[in-house]
Design a protein around this ligand. Structure first.
Ligand SMILES: [Zn+2]
Length: 332
């Protein structure tokens, strides 16, 4: 039985977004240790604030300042914090309804353990030492015994009554600060372990022997590489293995001018669709061993393995005439 392959994979990118007037005021406020909410036409106070009423879709801009104390409305214990989460030690994810607000904010709560947690517990904001205008300016919440307990259902009778206790009306706020934050970069990252299935494992194992193994569809007879275990056209399972390559034909290509992070390849370089001999679907590969501006459609290439590499590092020109267009036009 062949070795079961698996590899850690990471998909990571920074997401840059601009902020509208409400989010800008909210995040700039956090930088200044001020929590802002927004009041809807019917008097509800939403924290975190939004620009449009989620019920009526009406534009809302009526900012109010909210207390940095509140009540946990629900929680879940996080035993094993992951990279990038608010705290590196176990903590509770909490929904906190800040005093004066009608909605709850999701954040982390620093508590000694799940036994120390309960719905209705009073908490307050722990501000980050260095703040930049981001939700992480609230480092987390922490237990706080200076307030009234939670009694269940929120009430709303127009007099800002919450949690069964009378609270001061949130004060109006202009939302104006010096040097407002107008955009943020939100990093997105997904870590996972990938384990290829039967067809792809066979393909990867064969690459280790510098062979390229495809699979033929029993119905349409097309040969796919890398094999997927099923024909994408007929939808039937494929199992017949066929060796293809190692030479092939450049069908289309692009010139890459942007140097990717963590990729040790000088730009510009050419990335191409290559139809390996015997295959009915082109795969991707980098073209090397030729100036980037001399790569052309129909150019014949061959796979180059570098020492210790399981995959072809790149494809280089093969010493033979270009393929006629008719031989690869169906593979574009
Ligand atoms: Zn088929």
């Amino acid at each position: 039985m062949p070795e079961v392959l698996e590899a850690p994979l990471v998909v990571e990118f920074p997401f840059t977004r601009s902020l509208g007037p409400v989010q800008s005021a909210f995040l700039t406020g956090l930088r200044e240790r001020v929590v802002l909410g927004v009041r809807t036409g019917d008097g509800r106070v939403l924290v975190p604030p939004v620009e449009y009423d989620p019920v009526t879709a009406e534009e809302i801009r009526d900012l109010v300042e909210i207390a940095p104390t509140g009540t946990v409305t629900t929680w879940a214990w996080n035993h094993a914090p992951r990279r990038g989460q608010p705290l590196s030690t176990p903590f509770a994810w909490v929904l906190v309804r800040l005093d004066g607000a009608d909605t709850a904010l999701l954040h982390a709560l620093d508590a000694p353990g799940p036994d120390a947690m309960h719905t209705g517990m009073r908490v307050r904001v722990r501000w980050a030492g260095e703040r930049s205008g981001a939700i992480t300016d609230i480092a987390c919440f922490e237990p706080y015994d200076g307030g009234e307990p939670y009694d269940g259902e929120a009430q709303h009778d127009g007099e800002a009554q919450h949690d069964g206790v009378q609270q001061p009306e949130p004060a109006a706020h202009t939302g104006e600060f010096a040097d407002p934050v107008t955009g943020i970069v939100a990093p997105a990252r997904l870590d996972y372990t990938y384990s290829p299935g039967r067809a792809q494992s066979a393909y990867i194992h064969a690459l280790g022997d510098r062979r390229m193994v495809a699979e033929r569809c029993p119905s349409c007879r097309k040969v796919y590489v890398p094999p997927r275990g099923a024909c994408p056209t007929c939808g039937v399972a494929t199992s017949e293995q066929v060796e293809v390559g190692p030479r092939g034909t450049v069908t289309t290509f692009c010139i890459v001018n942007i140097k990717a992070k963590n990729l040790d390849i000088e730009v510009p370089y050419v990335y191409a669709h290559i139809a390996l001999d015997g295959a009915d679907l082109a795969l991707h590969g980098r073209i090397g061993g030729i100036p980037y501006d001399q790569v052309r459609m129909g150019m014949r290439v061959e796979a180059v393995w570098t020492e210790g590499s399981r995959y072809p590092d790149h494809y280089r020109p093969a010493d033979e005439p270009d393929a006629a267009y008719d031989t690869y036009k169906e593979l574009l």
